[in-house]
Write a protein that binds this ligand. Structure first.
Ligand SMILES: [Zn+2]
Length: 174
């Protein structure tokens, strides 16, 4: 069993079973780590507040075939809830346990004041290899589309997105 202590940015948290959570962490040395956290949905959980999305926390993990969080301490928190969308995108475009220093640096920068969430979405897409500045709408070829379709990894303009009535998850940045 490996024990690992790291700073981590909490991207998202999902329910896992009766009382547990699945936590998506972004770490400097391992990139995206998906870890289980026991009993964090119980009201008595001391860990839960430290593992909320938008937190920048120090976490202690153990790995026994899969990751489990055994301790966490919140250091910083983003108050702007629009960044939940940015973090959701980071979670979607990141492969597990593949560190990316650019992504880590960007995430850290978001904790400085006045970073705009829309600009952050564009920056995440660029790091992930989908530079929005060079993109055109996949449907009408217009320049500077402002939405990204997650499943098909295509750009689309607002008008085509509206006309398509598509329910595919998309990210918008302006
Ligand atoms: Zn279009």
């Amino acid at each position: 069993m490996i024990e690992y202590c790291t700073e981590a940015i909490v991207l998202a948290k999902e329910d896992a079973g009766e009382a547990d959570s699945r936590v998506f962490l972004y770490t400097p040395d391992n990139g995206l780590i998906i870890a289980k956290s026991k009993s964090t949905r119980k009201i008595t959980s001391k860990l839960a507040a430290h593992l909320e999305p938008l937190n920048w926390s120090t976490v202690r993990l153990v790995n026994n075939k899969s990751w489990q969080i055994v301790d966490a301490l919140r250091m910083k928190r983003l108050s702007n809830l629009r960044f939940l969308e940015v973090f959701r995108l980071v979670k979607e475009v990141s492969a597990a346990e593949q560190p990316d220093q650019w992504m880590w640096q960007l995430l850290k920068t978001l904790y400085d004041d006045d970073y705009n969430a829309a600009a952050a979405i564009a920056a995440v897409l660029k790091i992930a290899g989908f530079d929005p500045q060079e993109a055109t709408c996949h449907s009408c070829q217009s320049e500077q589309p402002n939405s990204f379709l997650l499943n098909s990894a295509k750009y689309i303009c607002q008008q085509c997105l509206y006309l398509s009535g598509d329910s595919e998850p998309s990210f918008k940045w302006s």
